[in-house]
Design a protein around this ligand. Structure first.
Ligand code: PEP
Ligand code: MN
Length: 266
């Protein structure tokens, strides 16, 4: 057998032993709705809550989000429960506004190659170093993703978490095809943590637990999971959102899996 010299590959993604969960409703709909999810998230001892205030909807007649009103709800409820808040910013014109209300700024899949937005978010967060969660586009390659990350980091903020949220393929059984290989590839090619959004690729809530377990097993640094107090009444993404009870059960199961890997869920 010929000797092959394979260099050791440092596991750069294993930055900490923590797996951060970004849980919360797809859209912030009312103070009561967000409060109910926050109570659940805080009772589990988690750190972050997510929610959409500016929503990128395919159809302009669909619910577009509460805008600044939604940001106010997030800030008040987040502070009340000691939770950090994460929300999407869709427009360069809203970057300062969003930055003034929340702890983390999300770039959605549909803005994957909106380079002006990436630069503006990098500029707005350059001093605060607030986390930027940068989602992969529906048809974005990993090399395009890593290249464009520099639009943010070159402005002075390295605090970027990359988020795989499923890509478009020929498959229609799921909403998007979750590319779990993003975990090892990003760990090999980048120093940024990798988050797996398990809700948007699933499209249906019964698939969410399996995808979440797969993400933890694959070594993801973080998960995004949508949770709504009453999913059938949700104003966006109802079919894929977990109820608080389902989320509690899933976090219990993920904690066992994480512990087996020497990690903990936060
Ligand atoms: C979301 O996180 O609610 C969202 C709209 O995600 P994506 O950009 O991945 O579709
Ligand atoms: Mn959603």
């Amino acid at each position: 057998m010929s000797a092959v010299n394979i260099p050791a590959i440092p596991d750069l993604g294993q930055l900490t032993d923590e797996i951060t969960i970004f849980a919360g409703p797809c859209s912030v709909e009312s103070p009561e709705q967000f409060e109910e999810v926050a109570e659940c998230v805080a009772s589990l001892g988690l750190t972050w809550i997510r929610g959409g205030a500016f929503k990128p909807r395919t159809n302009p007649h669909s619910f577009q989000g509460l805008g600044e009103e939604g940001l106010k709800i997030m800030k008040a409820v987040g502070e009340k429960h000691g939770l950090l808040t994460l929300t999407e910013v869709m427009d360069t014109a809203h970057c300062e506004l969003v930055h003034s209300y929340v702890d983390g700024l999300q770039v959605g899949a549909r803005n994957f190659q909106n380079f002006s937005l990436l630069k503006k978010i990098g500029q707005v967060t350059a001093e605060s170093k607030k986390m930027v969660l940068y989602k992969r586009g529906l048809s974005g390659s990993m090399s395009e993703w890593l290249a464009a990350t520099d639009y943010i980091t070159d402005c002075g903020n390295d605090n970027v978490v990359l988020c795989e949220r499923g890509i478009r393929t020929f498959e229609t059984a799921t909403r998007f095809t979750l590319d779990i290989a993003a975990v090892p590839v990003i760990h090999k090619q980048s120093l940024h943590p990798i988050c797996i959004d398990v809700s948007h690729p699933a499209g249906q809530r019964d698939l969410v637990p399996s995808l979440a377990k797969a993400a933890v097993a694959a070594g993801a640094d973080s998960l995004m999971i949508e949770v709504h107090p009453n999913p059938p009444a949700a104003l966006s993404d109802g079919p894929q959102q977990l109820t608080p009870a389902q989320f509690v059960q899933l976090v219990d199961e993920l904690r066992v899996l994480a512990a087996a890997l020497g990690k903990r869920i936060v």
